[in-house]
Design a protein around this ligand. Structure first.
Ligand code: GLN
Length: 299
C-alpha cells in the first residue's frame, strides 16, 4: 500500500504526473514518429519500466514518477530521439506470444517471420505424427524462429546456426528464458558447414535486402540493426539461398521440407533456384500484405 501511495503526486512534484509526462514525451517523439506510434511507444516505456498499463493509469490519473524514475524515462526518450528502435531501448520484444531479448547484435523479429513460424507449425501439426523430427534454422539471430518452433512443436529437436557468436549469446538466453532446448552452433552457411545431422525441416530468414534498397529504408533500421543480418550484394542477391539449397541437398531427409523467407522482389527467382537444384516442388507463398514473402520447397 505504501508503495502505491508513494506514486501519487505531492503538490511539489506535480509536473511529474504520468499524465503530463505522457503528453510531453509523445509530443517530442512526434518529430520522428506519427502521433499514434508516439503514444504507443511512450505507453510501452511506462509499462516496461514501471509496470503501469493503460488501465491502471486510467484508474489512477494522478500517478507520479519520482526523480529516479523520471530520469530513466527521460534517458529512454533521448535514445529514441536518435532513431534507436524501441525494442533495442527496452531490450526486448514479443514474437509468437513469447518474450525475446534483443540488442544491436540481432535483427528485431518481424511480423512476417511470425507468419512463417505459424505456417511451419500448422504444416507439421497437420501430419499428426508423433515421431521426433529434426529442424535446422540457418542464420538464427535472436533465435526467434528456432525457439518458437521448439515451443510449438514438442516432438521436435531443433538446431540453429549463426555466423555471429554475439547473436548466439542472445539466442541462448532466449531459449533459456522461454524454457526450451535448442542446439546453437557457430557456423557460416557460406563456407559449407559440416553438420553430420540430417533434418526434416530446414528453415531460414537469411539476409535478403539489396544494398540498393538502402535508400528506401528508415534510419531506425539502417543505423541500428546489424547490416550483416540484412544486406546482400545487388550482384548476387540469392547467395544465401543458393548455399542453403545445396546444403539441403545433402542434409535433408527424403520427405524433408525447406522453408524460406524471401525478398518480395525475388520470390519467383528463389523458387526457380530451388527447382534447378533438385527441389522440383517449390512454391512462392504471399504474406498477409499480399507480397511474395515465402518459398516452400520439397523434392
Ligand atoms: N524483413 C526485413 C526488413 O525488411 C529483412 C529481413 C532479412 O533480411 N532477412 O528489414
Amino acid at each position: 500500500m505504501l508503495l502505491i501511495i508513494s506514486y501519487f503526486c505531492s503538490m511539489k512534484t506535480h509536473s511529474n504526473s504520468i499524465r503530463e509526462l505522457r503528453r510531453h514525451y509523445a509530443a517530442m517523439l512526434n518529430e520522428i514518429y506519427d502521433p499514434n506510434e508516439s503514444n504507443t511507444i511512450v505507453m510501452m516505456l511506462i509499462e516496461h519500466y514501471f509496470g503501469f498499463n493503460r488501465i491502471s493509469l486510467a484508474l489512477n490519473p494522478d500517478l507520479c514518477l519520482n526523480e529516479d524514475e523520471l530520469e530513466k524515462l527521460d534517458h529512454a526518450v533521448s535514445e529514441l530521439m536518435t532513431n534507436r528502435p524501441i525494442q533495442y531501448v527496452i531490450g526486448e520484444t514479443e514474437f509468437c506470444d513469447m518474450q525475446f531479448e534483443v540488442n544491436g547484435n540481432v535483427l528485431i523479429p518481424r511480423p512476417e517471420t511470425e507468419e512463417l513460424v505459424s505456417m511451419i507449425s500448422s504444416a507439421v501439426k497437420s501430419q499428426q505424427s508423433t515421431d521426433t523430427f529434426n529442424i535446422l534454422d540457418i542464420g538464427t539471430g535472436s533465435g526467434c524462429i528456432a525457439i518458437s518452433l521448439a515451443k510449438l512443436l514438442r516432438n521436435s529437436e531443433v538446431t540453429a546456426i549463426d555466423i555471429s557468436e554475439n547473436a548466439l549469446e542472445v539466442a541462448r538466453r532466449n531459449a533459456l528464458s522461454n524454457g526450451v532446448a535448442v542446439d546453437f552452433i557457430l557456423s557460416d552457411i557460406l563456407s559449407n558447414p559440416h553438420l553430420t545431422k540430417r533434418f526434416d525441416i530446414i528453415v531460414s530468414n537469411p539476409p535478403y535486402v539489396c544494398e540498393s534498397e538502402k535508400k528506401t529504408m528508415r534510419a531506425n533500421v539502417l543505423n541500428f540493426e546489424p547490416s550483416t543480418a540484412l544486406f546482400v550484394d545487388d550482384n548476387d542477391p540469392l547467395i544465401f539461398y543458393r548455399h542453403i539449397i545445396r546444403f539441403a541437398g545433402n542434409n535433408l531427409n527424403p520427405n524433408g521440407v525447406v522453408w524460406f523467407e524471401v525478398n518480395e522482389n525475388f520470390g519467383e527467382e528463389t523458387a526457380e533456384l530451388c527447382r534447378n537444384n533438385g527441389f522440383g516442388n517449390a512454391a512462392v507463398i504471399k504474406d498477409s500484405s499480399g507480397k511474395d514473402r515465402f518459398v516452400k520447397a520439397t523434392r
